[in-house]
Design a protein around this ligand. Structure first.
Ligand code: LLP
Length: 437
């Protein structure tokens, strides 16, 4: 917590707005975002590309946090976004997001989703496998509609030596395998398809990555392959899309580089490798999700019940939990919390923050120091902006929280809190069977 995030009363603020006032106005649990911080992160990414004088595109991986207002914010900042489902595409459409700036991802896009993307005129479809390549060739030929595509490649960088790389390895459900020649075959077929314009190659090696060297390895590998394709297939991509995955700091234990340091390393390596292989410089695309939104968001909860097991542990329960943040239960993800009324108060107890869901695994934080607390206090769990709201559920039939954007001292509701009526809106009553004689 920086000093700037506290007001004169020592209350925690977000985007210049008092979090206690937010909790009062919008109730808890509540997702709050400092949208100025999101804009600043985008600007920082742009700056690295500009400094290195490299042609680029930043495509926000909207799976990290997608709402109508978020797509509108991304549109305002002039960057692209990627969607991975008909639902994300629909939300972007509802937001009026310019479709030519949308890339469509996914390892099993349906015919309905591909048709929806073609109807919408998305800027690029990232083709993941031969099944999709065939479908898209067929659809675009029937419709006589040109479509820009990239092929997603699994670069086959061994997960044994670099276990932080979780999606780029050979044994992955995503992408055309490079080592076995599937990627070469896919390039040939895409080039032969009458209505596909193959502009680039995509790969994504994982998420919450802390080291540069995985990114440098994929750049080396890809540029080498591109040079070979130029000779063997007469194909040289314009665009190299290196995906996202730039790690962020969740707790004091995390010591990540600045997200922009990854991009800087990627660009320098791309310049060096293209020169070494005597091939034209590439346009570089990145797909940051987490690094744009994680630290810009926090979740406000109200403290309720507590349980002190002498000599063992003290549990403090909040009014939310795994329904609004599944990451601790799913990935053992770590977070830190502060008391909104004054994050600078001295620590008085070690507590574990429990949710209200009916599972022992519904714990948000284990063993963290806090000042003295009482029921009704507002607790802010920090850095929940990525994959919190977007992975939220109605488990135990709890309504999902509202989302508020804050900037320059102003707050704005961008997703309403679900009501109980919303929970049963799609339910239908049990049919009464017709009487049979
Ligand atoms: N591009 C592609 C093709 C991806 O699959 C992903 C994330 C991204 C970009 C963005 O990665 P990021 O910059 O956010 O790390 N639910 C998990 C994260 C899953 C990431 C899936 N793909 C979590 O909560 O940690």
């Amino acid at each position: 917590i920086s000093a700037a995030a506290l007001n004169a009363a020592h209350h925690l603020t977000v985007g210049g707005v008092d979090t206690l006032a937010l909790a009062k106005q919008y109730q808890t649990p509540l997702y709050v975002y400092d949208t100025g911080a999101i804009r600043a992160e985008i600007a920082a990414f742009k700056q690295v590309f500009e400094t290195n004088r490299v042609k680029y595109q930043i495509s926000y991986a909207s799976k990290a946090f997608a709402t109508v207002a978020m797509y509108q914010l991304i549109a305002q900042e002039g960057i692209h976004c990627d969607v991975v489902s008909g639902g994300e595409l629909y939300t972007a459409q509802q937001a009026g997001f310019p479709m030519e700036r949308v890339s469509f991802h996914g390892n099993n896009k349906s015919v309905a989703e591909l048709s929806m993307a073609l109807d919408a005129g998305v800027g690029c479809i990232i083709v993941d496998n031969f099944y999709e390549l065939n479908l898209l060739t067929q659809l675009t030929t029937e419709r006589q509609q040109m479509t820009t595509v990239m092929l997603r490649i699994a670069p086959g960088i061994s997960a044994h030596t670099h276990d932080y790389i979780s999606t780029g390895q050979e044994d992955s459900k995503f992408g055309f395998d490079l080592n076995s020649g599937q990627a070469d075959e896919a390039v040939k077929r895409a080039l032969g398809a009458p209505y596909l314009d193959l502009v680039g190659i995509h790969c994504h090696i994982g998420s919450q990555i802390f080291e540069l060297n995985g990114f440098e390895m994929i750049v080396d590998k890809l540029v080498g392959v591109f040079a070979r394709w130029q000779t063997e297939l007469g194909f040289y991509p314009q665009i190299m899309n290196v995906g996202g995955g730039f790690g962020v700091k969740y707790t004091a234990e995390d010591q990540p580089l600045e997200p922009t340091a990854f991009v800087d390393a990627i660009l320098k390596e791309t310049i060096a490798q293209t020169q070494a292989h005597h091939v034209p410089m590439l346009e570089v695309w990145i797909e940051p999700g987490r690094s744009l939104v994680a630290t810009a968001g926090m979740t406000l909860y109200t403290l309720g019940a507590s349980k002190d097991i002498p000599g063992i542990r003290k549990y403090l329960a909040v009014d939310g939990g795994m329904g609004d943040n599944i990451r601790p239960a799913l990935y053992e993800a770590k977070y830190e919390a502060v008391l909104a009324k004054d994050p600078t108060l001295p620590a008085k107890q070690v507590v574990s923050i429990a949710g209200k869901y009916c599972e022992s695994g519904d714990m948000l934080i284990w063993n963290q120091q806090l000042p003295a607390t009482q029921p009704g206090d507002v607790l802010a769990v920090l850095d929940t902006g990525a994959y919190g709201y977007s992975m939220a559920s109605n488990y135990n039939r709890n309504p999902r929280p509202a989302v508020v954007f804050c900037e320059n001292g102003q707050s704005q509701l961008v997703v309403q809190r679900e009501s109980y009526a919303d929970l049963t809106r799609l339910d239908l009553p049990l049919a009464v069977p017709e009487k049979t004689e």
